[in-house]
Design a protein around this ligand. Structure first.
Ligand code: ADP
Ligand code: MG
Length: 704
C-alpha cells in the first residue's frame, strides 16, 4: 500500500473498510454472485432458460437508438438477438453511450429482464461490445462503500488472493476432518468462495455448509481458541499472592455468623475459588449465577480469605445503588469481625463528600481498610492500595476491558514484588447473565467459569403473565391487593432507546397515574419515582424508603435492573415489555420472588400503532412466560440476538466471529478447542502463524 498522501479514492475506501492486509482482502467474501457464464436467448425466457425478473445476459445487435422525451428524457435502444427484441432504457444518457450503442453494433447486455405487453425491456442494463470469452465461474459481488467501485474491489481482492501467503497452518496428522466431507485447504476454499463454479449448489454457500465454508470457519475458530489459550497461559506465568484459608480464621468466622446455610452450589463454587486463591498464580474466574442465586456471600467469603492472609480486597459494582447495597451487606457481616482486628470496610464513590473521601483514601493507603467497596471510583488514580490481593467485579459485563486492567494494576506499593516482579491480584468477575455454553467455550475460553446453578431454599417461583396494556386497570387492582397484604411492588417503565428524556416523561406520567389510582384507599400508599437522571442523593433517599418498606410502589426506569434486593417485593410490572431484551426482562423479574411470598411478574405489552407485535418480541415474551431458567433464557436470547449483545464491553473493538456461527458450529468449536491446546504444546510456530494471519494485531484485548 503506498503512502497515505498518494492514495487514490478507492484505495482510501479500502483502507477505511479495514481491508489493510492482503489477508483482510482475501477474507472479504462476496455478498452474492452473478452468473455471467451464460448467454441466453430471449425466446427461451420462461422456457427453462430463466424467468421474467431474472438478471440475464444476452448478445444482440442494435436496431434502433433514439432519444425520447416522454414521459421524460430517456435513451431508448432496441436490440435483436435473433430470437426476439428487447428495449433498453437509460435515463441520464451520455454521448459515449449512444456511440457504443449505435445502430448495427453487436453488444453483450446484462440486466434485469422485464416482460410486458410491449415486449421485453431492461432498465439501465450494463453492456459492452459482444464477443470475448465468457467467465467460467460465478462473478462475485462484494460488500462495498461509496467511492469504491465493484470492479476495482474485485481486482483488489483477486490480486490479494493470488499474492497472500496461505501456507498450511493446520498441523499434518492432527486431523482436520469434519463429518465425512473431504477437507479443503485454505487456498482452495478462498479461491472457490470468491469464484464458485456455476454448477455449485447455492444453498450450500448460503447456509455455509459447503466444505469451503467449513474450512474457513474451522480456521477462524482455531484462531480464536489459540489466542485465548495463549493469553491464559501467559497469565499462568504471572505471580499472585497465594491465599490460604486458616482453620478458625476469618473465613470460618464469617461462615459461622451468616444467618443462613450456604447452598450446595455456593459451597462448591466457594471451594473452586478457594483452590484458585491458594495458588501463586492470578485467578481469572467468572462466577455466574442467576439473579438471586447468592453471589454476594460467595464474594464475601473469598474476600475473607484474602483479608485473613493479611491482604486487601476490593469489590467494584457498576452503579452507586448497587455498590451501596453491597457495602451495607458486607459491613453487616464483616465489620463486627474486622473491628476487633483494627480493620475497616472502606466506601468509595464519585458522589462522596471531599472530607469523607480523603479519610477513605487514607484508610486504603495505610491498609487499615481491609475491604474497599465502591463504584468506578475504586479504580481512579488517587486510589492507592497498600496491598491488594483480590479484586471482585460485580456485573462484570458492565465494565470495559480498560477498567478491568486498571483494577488489576492496582496491587499497591506494600505488596512484596516477589522475585519476578510480576505480581497481580486475583480477579473474580460476577455476572447474573448466564453465558450459554457455546459462548463460554468461545469468547470466554480464557476464563475459568464457576456456576451457581441453585437458588437458596424458600424461594417461590415467580408466576409470569403476559398482559395487554388495555387491561391496565386489572393490573392496578392487583397492585392494590398486594399492598393490602403489606407487600411491595415494582413498576418498570419502557425503555425508549432514542431518548432518555422520553423515558423520563413516561416514568413521570406513570408515577402520576399510579399515585392517583392508589390514593384514597384505607391506608396511605407511598408511590416513589426513580430514574437515571436524578441526583444520587435523591436516588438513595427513594431507594432507602423502598428498602425500608415505607414506600409501597416504586416506579422506575431500568435503573433497578442490577442487583437490588428487597425480599418483601412480590409484584413486578414491566410496561412495554416488548421493548426489552430477554436477558434484561429476566434480570428485572429476578427482583421479585426473593422472599417467601408468592410472587408475580406482569409483562404489559402494547400494540401501539403497530398492527401486531413483532415476531421477535412475541418470541421473547413467550420465552419469559415459559421458563425461569436463566440458562435456557440466555440460550434463546443468543438465538434471537446473536452474541454481540452478550459480550458487551468485553468485546469492544475486538473481532466478533465473522464466519462461524455458535448456534450451528458447535462441533467445529469443540474440535478447535482441542486442537488449540495440542498446537500450543507441539506446534507453537504454526500456532503463532495462524493467530497472526487471523487476528493480526487485534488479539491484544484478550490479555484483559
Ligand atoms: P445475586 O446472586 O443476585 O447477587 P444476592 O447475593 O443478592 O444474589 O443474594 C440474594 C439474596 O439471597 C440475598 O438477600 C442474600 O442474603 C440471600 N442469600 C444468599 N445465599 C443464601 C442462602 N444460602 N440461603 C438463604 N438466603 C441466601
Ligand atoms: Mg448481585
Amino acid at each position: 500500500m503506498p503512502e497515505k498522501k498518494e492514495m487514490t479514492a478507492p484505495q482510501k475506501a479500502i483502507v477505511k473498510m479495514g481491508l489493510t492486509r492482503d489477508i483482510d482482502l482475501a477474507l472479504h467474501l462476496p455478498l452474492r454472485y452473478e452468473d455471467e457464464t451464460r448467454i441466453v436467448k430471449l425466446r427461451d425466457m420462461g422456457r427453462g432458460a430463466g424467468r421474467e425478473g431474472d438478471t440475464v445476459q444476452i448478445e444482440a445487435t442494435v436496431t434502433a437508438c433514439e432519444i425520447a422525451y416522454r414521459p421524460r428524457r430517456q435513451l431508448l435502444v432496441t436490440v435483436d438477438d435473433g430470437s426476439d427484441t428487447c428495449v433498453l432504457r437509460f435515463f441520464n444518457s451520455y454521448p459515449s453511450q449512444q456511440k457504443a450503442l449505435a445502430v448495427g453494433n453487436r453488444v453483450r447486455v446484462r440486466g434485469e429482464l422485464k416482460g410486458g405487453f410491449a415486449g421485453w425491456t431492461m432498465m439501465h442494463p450494463s453492456f459492452r461490445a459482444a464477443g470475448g470469452e465468457l467467465p467460467t465461474a460465478l462473478t462475485p459481488v462484494y460488500p462495498t462503500v461509496a467511492g469504491l467501485p465493484q470492479a476495482y474491489l474485485r481486482r483488489a481482492v483477486q490480486s490479494a488472493v493470488e499474492r497472500v501467503d496461505l501456507t498450511e497452518t493446520f498441523p499434518a496428522g492432527l486431523g482436520y476432518q469434519i463429518g465425512h466431507q473431504p477437507a479443503w485447504n485454505l487456498r482452495e476454499a478462498l479461491s472457490f468462495l470468491h469464484h464458485p463454479r456455476p454448477e455449485t449448489a447455492l444453498e450450500t454457500l448460503e447456509d455455509r455448509s459447503h466444505p469451503a465454508w467449513q474450512r474457513l470457519k474451522a480456521e477462524e475458530l482455531l484462531a480464536q481458541q489459540l489466542s485465548q489459550l495463549q493469553s491464559k497461559r501467559e497469565r499462568d506465568r504471572l505471580q499472585a499472592p497465594a491465599l490460604q484459608a486458616r482453620p478458625g480464621g476469618l473465613h470460618a468466622q464469617l461462615l459461622a455468623v451468616l444467618p443462613f446455610q450456604l447452598t450446595a452450589a455456593q459451597r462448591r463454587v466457594g471451594e473452586e475459588i478457594a483452590l484458585d486463591l491458594a495458588r501463586p498464580v492470578p485467578m481469572h474466574r467468572l462466577l455466574q449465577g442467576d439473579v438471586g442465586s447468592g453471589k454476594t456471600v460467595v464474594a464475601a467469603l473469598a474476600a475473607a480469605i484474602g483479608i485473613d492472609a493479611g491482604w486487601q480486597c476490593a469489590l467494584m459494582a457498576p452503579t452507586e445503588i448497587l455498590a451501596e447495597q453491597h457495602f451495607r451487606k458486607l459491613i453487616g457481616w464483616l465489620e463486627p469481625l474486622l473491628s476487633p482486628r483494627g480493620q475497616r470496610v472502606a466506601w468509595l464513590t464519585g458522589s462522596q463528600k471531599k472530607k469523607e473521601r480523603r479519610e477513605m483514601l487514607a484508610l486504603i493507603e495505610s491498609g487499615e481498610a481491609a475491604l474497599v467497596v465502591g463504584t468506578h471510583a475504586v479504580i481512579q488514580e488517587q486510589v492507592q492500595f497498600r496491598n491488594l490481593a483480590l479484586a471482585i467485579i460485580d456485573e462484570q459485563h458492565r465494565f470495559g476491558v480498560a477498567q478491568r486492567l486498571a483494577l488489576r494494576s492496582k496491587m499497591g506499593t506494600g505488596a512484596d514484588a516477589g522475585p519476578s516482579g510480576a505480581r497481580e491480584p486475583h480477579l473474580l468477575m460476577m455476572s447474573a447473565t448466564p453465558i450459554p455454553r457455546t459462548l463460554a467455550m468461545s469468547y470466554y475460553a480464557d476464563l475459568d467459569v464457576s456456576t451457581l446453578d441453585e437458588l437458596p431454599p424458600g424461594r417461590t417461583p415467580v408466576v409470569t403473565k403476559v398482559v395487554s396494556d388495555q387491561r391496565r386497570d386489572e393490573v392496578i387492582e392487583r397492585i392494590r391487593a398486594q399492598l393490602a397484604q403489606g407487600r411491595q411492588v415494582y413498576w418498570v417503565c419502557p425503555l425508549i432507546e432514542e431518548s432518555e428524556a422520553m423515558d423520563l416523561t413516561n416514568a413521570t406520567a406513570t408515577h402520576a397515574e399510579l399515585s392517583a389510582a392508589l390514593a384514597g384507599g384505607t391506608t396511605d400508599v407511598m408511590v416513589g419515582l426513580l430514574h437515571s437522571r436524578m441526583p444520587v442523593a435523591e436516588k438513595k433517599a427513594v431507594m432507602s424508603l423502598f428498602t425500608g418498606g415505607q414506600m409501597g410502589v416504586l416506579v422506575s426506569t431500568t435503573v433497578i435492573e442490577v442487583g437490588v434486593d428487597v425480599p418483601n417485593a412480590s409484584l413486578m410490572v414491566i410496561e412495554h415489555a416488548e421493548r426489552f431484551g430477554l436477558s434484561q426482562l429476566h434480570q428485572l423479574r429476578g427482583r421479585v420472588g426473593r422472599g417467601a411470598a408468592a410472587s408475580a411478574c406482569v409483562l404489559l405489552y402494547s400494540m401501539g400503532d403497530a398492527p401486531r407485535l413483532g415476531e421477535a418480541a412475541r418470541e421473547r415474551l413467550k420465552a419469559m412466560a415459559q421458563t425461569h431458567d436463566g440458562f435456557e433464557i440466555a440460550r434463546r436470547d443468543l438465538e434471537i440476538r446473536g452474541p454481540g449483545e452478550f459480550l458487551g464491553a468485553r468485546q469492544s473493538g475486538a473481532p466478533l466471529l465473522r464466519f462461524a456461527d455458535l448456534a450451528t458450529d458447535t462441533e467445529l468449536l469443540v474440535w478447535a478447542r482441542q486442537l488449540a491446546a495440542q498446537m500450543l504444546d507441539s506446534h507453537p510456530e504454526l500456532a503463532r502463524q495462524h493467530v497472526a494471519r487471523w487476528l493480526g494485531g487485534k488479539s491484544e484485548y484478550l490479555k484483559a
